[in-house]
Design a binder for this molecule. Structure first.
Ligand code: ZN
Length: 329
C-alpha cells in the first residue's frame, strides 16, 4: 500500500568544490550552465553556495556547490553519489569532445550503457560527471541557456546519479518505496569497481534514473565529491507523504527546513548517502527577476541583516559573461 506519489526524479545535486572562481568558470563557461543563484551556505554563511541550472532553474536541472576552500581533495567510495550524469541532445557528443579538447577538460572514451552513449569527464576538482545523449522531446520542461553553448548541444538537466553502496539491497528497496521502478541490470563498462549496475527509473522526464553499484571501497568527503542528492516532491503535501513513507521504512527524516527557493527534508539512507526531498517551489525566480538570476549575492531571510560581515568573509568572484552578453550591457 502506498498513499504517496512517486518522486518524479532528481531535484538537485549538491557537491563540494575548492576554488570558487575555478568552479564558476568551469560550470558556467565550459559547460554552459546558468548561474541561477549566488548565495551562501545557510549552515555556514562564510562559504558560497552556487546554483547552476538551465535558463529558468527548472526542477531537475540544478547542480549546486559549496566551495569549501580549506577542505582537501575527497575520494569517491561507498555511501556516496559516485557520478552525476546530465542529458544532452542526441548527436551532440562530438561537439562536447571538441569543446573539452579546446578547454583542456579531462575526459574518457565514450561508453555504451543501457543502450545510451555516455561521455565521462571530471570537473577541475576531480568530480566525476557524465554527459548522456538523450532524446529531448519538443515539450521538454527544461530551457537551454545559450550564453556559451548553442541550444542544439546544451545540457538539459540531470540524466541520473550513480550510488556506490556496500550493501545495495536496503537502498534498492528504499528507491522502490520512493516510487522508482527497477529498469534492469547490466555489466557496467568503464566504471570502477566495474560490477553490475542496477538501474531504477522515476516517471521523469528530467533526472529520471538512479543507478546502484555494489562496492566496499571506502571514500571520504572533500573537493570533487557529492554532498547530497535531492529528489523532487513537488508540493508540501507530496513531501509530507513521502517523509512519512521514508520514516515508516525505518529512516529518520528531519522536519521540513525552509531553503527559501524550495523546502527540504533530509535523511541519511541505509547505505550512508545523504538524501533530500525538495519541493518545486517557490523557485529561484521568487526573489530575483528571471533575467537577473545570479547577478548579485542573495542573502535570504535573516542573513541580509549581516550582509557586510558575510561579504567580508567571501572571496571575490567574477561571473563569466560571453562577449555578446557584455556587448549588450
Ligand atoms: Zn540540497
Amino acid at each position: 500500500m502506498t498513499d504517496h506519489e512517486p518522486t518524479p526524479g532528481i531535484h538537485h545535486v549538491t557537491c563540494i568544490a575548492g576554488d570558487p572562481q575555478q568552479n564558476l568558470d568551469f560550470w558556467v563557461e565550459t559547460l554552459g550552465l546558468r548561474l541561477v543563484k549566488r548565495s551562501v551556505n545557510q549552515d555556514d554563511p562564510g562559504t558560497y553556495h552556487f546554483f547552476f541550472a538551465d535558463a529558468e532553474g527548472t526542477p531537475g536541472t540544478s547542480m549546486t556547490f559549496f566551495p569549501w576552500e580549506g577542505m582537501s581533495r575527497g575520494k569517491v567510495g561507498s555511501g556516496q553519489v559516485s557520478r552525476t550524469a546530465f542529458r544532452v541532445p542526441e548527436g551532440s557528443l562530438d561537439y562536447w569532445t571538441d569543446r573539452f579538447d579546446d578547454h583542456g577538460v579531462d575526459y574518457d572514451d565514450r561508453i555504451e550503457r543501457f543502450g545510451e552513449t555516455v561521455l565521462p569527464f571530471r570537473d577541475p576538482d576531480g568530480l566525476p560527471v557524465e554527459l548522456v545523449e538523450s532524446e529531448i522531446p519538443d515539450d521538454d520542461p527544461t530551457v537551454p541557456w545559450t550564453e556559451f553553448v548553442p541550444a542544439e548541444h546544451a545540457i538539459r538537466g540531470f540524466h541520473s546519479v550513480t550510488l556506490w553502496l556496500a550493501d545495495p539491497e536496503p537502498t534498492e528497496d528504499l528507491l522502490e518505496t520512493m516510487g522508482l521502478e527497477r529498469v534492469g541490470t547490466e555489466q557496467s563498462p568503464g566504471d570502477t569497481p566495474g560490477d553490475e549496475r542496477t538501474r531504477f527509473g522515476a516517471p521523469g522526464p528530467v533526472g529520471k534514473y538512479v543507478d546502484v553499484l555494489p562496492t566496499v571501497e571506502g571514500g571520504r568527503q572533500g573537493h570533487g565529491t557529492v554532498h547530497h542528492v535531492a529528489f523532487q516532491t513537488p508540493t508540501d503535501e507530496a513531501q509530507a507523504a513521502m517523509r512519512q513513507a521514508v520514516q515508516s521504512a525505518g529512516l529518520r527524516p528531519t522536519q521540513q527546513i525552509d531553503r527559501h527557493w524550495f523546502r527540504s527534508v533530509y535523511f541519511r539512507e541505509f547505505g550512508g548517502v545523504l538524501f533530500e526531498l525538495a519541493t518545486n517551489g517557490p523557485g529561484y525566480d521568487s526573489d530575483e527577476q528571471l533575467d537577473e538570476l545570479g547577478e548579485r549575492l542573495v542573502l535570504p531571510g535573516e542573513f541580509e541583516a549581516r550582509r557586510e560581515e558575510i561579504e567580508a568573509q567571501l572571496t571575490d568572484v567574477t561571473v563569466p559573461r560571453s562577449e555578446t552578453a557584455e556587448a549588450d550591457d
